[in-house]
Ligand binder design. Structure first.
Ligand SMILES: [Cu+2]
Length: 131
C-alpha cells in the first residue's frame, strides 16, 4: 500500500489479518526498501496506519473465500476512491461464483481510474455520476 497524500490513511482490510512487513516515509522503492521487511516476527493487524507521504508493505495469506473490502477508514477518502475489493477463491459453480464483469466495468490505469469511452457516453449527462 503506497498512499502519497497530505493525510495519513488508516487502511482496513476485512476478512483477514495482515503481517506488517515494513513502513516508512517517501516513495516506496522495491530495491532500497525490501531490506526493511520484517520477515521474522512482523506485527499482525487488520488496520494499518499509513503515515502522511508514506507507505506500508503488508502480506496476508488469501485463504478465506469471499469478496473482501479494503478501504481507508476516513469516509471522505472512500468517496474519493480509496478502496478496493479482493475476490478470493471464487467458487467453481454458478451459484458460488461471481458473474463476469460488465464489459464497461471501470478499470484501473497507471494514472488512476479510467472509465472506458462507452461507459462515459452512457452516463455522461444522464446520471449524477461526475467524472
Ligand atoms: Cu485515507
Amino acid at each position: 500500500m503506497a498512499v502519497l497524500s497530505s493525510d495519513s490513511n488508516l487502511m482496513h482490510l476485512h476478512g483477514y489479518d495482515v503481517f506488517m512487513l515494513a513502513q516508512d516515509l517517501g516513495n516506496y522503492n522495491v530495491v532500497r526498501d525490501v531490506v526493511k521487511y520484517n520477515l521474522v516476527d512482523p506485527l499482525v493487524r487488520n488496520t494499518v496506519l499509513i503515515q502522511r507521504l508514506g507507505w506500508a508493505t503488508v502480506r496476508f495469506v488469501g485463504n478465506n473465500p469471499g469478496v473482501w473490502y479494503m478501504h481507508c477508514q476516513y469516509e471522505f477518502h472512500v468517496s474519493m476512491g480509496m478502496a478496493a475489493a479482493f475476490i478470493v477463491e471464487d467458487g467453481p459453480m454458478v451459484d458460488t461464483a461471481l458473474p463476469p464483469l460488465p464489459v464497461d466495468f471501470l478499470k484501473c490505469d497507471h494514472d488512476g481510474l479510467v472509465p472506458d469511452e462507452s461507459f462515459l457516453q452512457r452516463y455522461n449527462g444522464k446520471n449524477d455520476v461526475a467524472y
